[in-house]
Ligand binder design. Structure first.
Ligand code: SAM
Length: 302
């Protein structure tokens, strides 16, 4: 190989390694800062956060979403919002100046909607890089002041009782086992103010890709009193085209299971139903039953 070419390639390699090290160092510092910050998270206007250079998210194979960096599903580049998201945003509009929590915010599109409705937003995700990308997209200085970045795994967040107006868990609960969902709903109930609301969208048992194979076993477990009969959906087997960006197993549920869980933890159901994901994925015959959604209101327990 030509000597000049070798020098150029070595220099490029050196620059890319140096860039990676710098990036990892600043991410490490930011994560350290988060660990030392008690409560709702790092305030997004902190200058140290500017040190981190953002790499734009990568499109999924279908080109309809971004892949998450931690292989926790796809962050949808929404043009059509789900009814759950739409109702959440409308609710925010009615309560400007209050606090909301976006659990599993991913690249933060819902957090940014809530900011635009003048909410204080705790944007929570396991992956700090997702949240830093979202922060970069917030251009309004007033909105930056109302944004908090939080990477504590749900349900273990440290949030004051009776402090939130709403919590949204949009396409995240299917990554959690039943015990953590139970703990999470109990915590959300304590974090919410009276009449505060929880908004949920989660994968359904009736997705065309697997319903015929999994429903008999799901129904049997449910009949036997299992509160979370849809844990352990085998992803490589039933969702092979999406498996490259998902964990090995997912937790699916039907409306009854979700309704019962919400009621066990002091919520009154306001709305529950299917949420269509027909515009996404690769299977033929999607029929609008790919996900389920619920909106529930905190009621004082007697
Ligand atoms: C499929 S994405 C959903 C992103 C966005 N909410 C949406 O609807 O497009 C799921 C996100 O949940 C996050 N996540 C998974 N488990 C979590 C947990 N226990 N606590 C906080 N975030 C979690 C992942 O890091 C990932 O970014």
């Amino acid at each position: 190989m030509n000597k000049k070419l070798v020098v150029i390639l070595s220099a490029m390699l050196f620059i890319s390694i140096a860039f990676k090290i710098l990036k990892n160092n600043s991410l490490f510092e930011i994560n350290q800062l988060h660990t030392k910050t008690p409560g709702i998270g790092i305030q997004a206007n902190l200058k140290i956060l500017d040190q981190f250079s953002i790499t734009p998210p990568i499109l999924s194979k279908t080109g309809k979403s971004f892949v998450t960096l931690n292989k926790m599903g796809f962050d949808i580049n929404y043009t059509n919002l789900s009814w759950v998201a739409e109702e959440f945003i409308n609710f925010c509009e009615e309560h400007p100046g209050e606090y909301v929590l976006d659990v599993g915010a991913g690249y933060g599109f819902l957090s940014r909607y809530a900011l635009s409705k003048r909410m204080f937003v705790i944007s929570n995700d396991l992956e700090m890089e997702h949240l830093l990308y979202s922060r970069k997209k917030v251009k309004n200085p007033d909105e930056i002041l109302r944004l908090f970045l939080n990477t504590t795994p749900f349900p273990y967040l440290d949030i004051k009782k009776n402090s939130l107006r709403a919590v949204i868990l949009h396409r995240v609960l299917h990554f959690l086992p039943g015990a953590e969902i139970d703990l999470g709903l109990e915590n959300i109930n304590s974090w919410l103010k009276e009449d505060g609301k929880v908004y949920i969208m989660v994968m359904s048992t009736e997705h065309i890709a697997y319903r015929e194979q999994v429903l008999p076993d799901f129904e049997r477990r449910k009949k036997n009193g299992d509160l979370w009969p849809g844990m352990f959906l085998d992803v490589p087997k039933y969702l092979p085209t999406q498996a490259y960006c998902l964990p090995e197993q997912l937790h699916i549920m039907d409306q009854e299971v979700l309704k019962n869980a919400l009621q066990r933890h002091g919520f009154e159901i306001e709305r529950i139903g299917y949420v269509s994901m027909q515009g996404f994925g690769t299977e033929d015959g999607r029929d609008g039953k790919e996900a389920i959604g619920a909106i529930a209101v905190k009621k004082t327990r007697k």
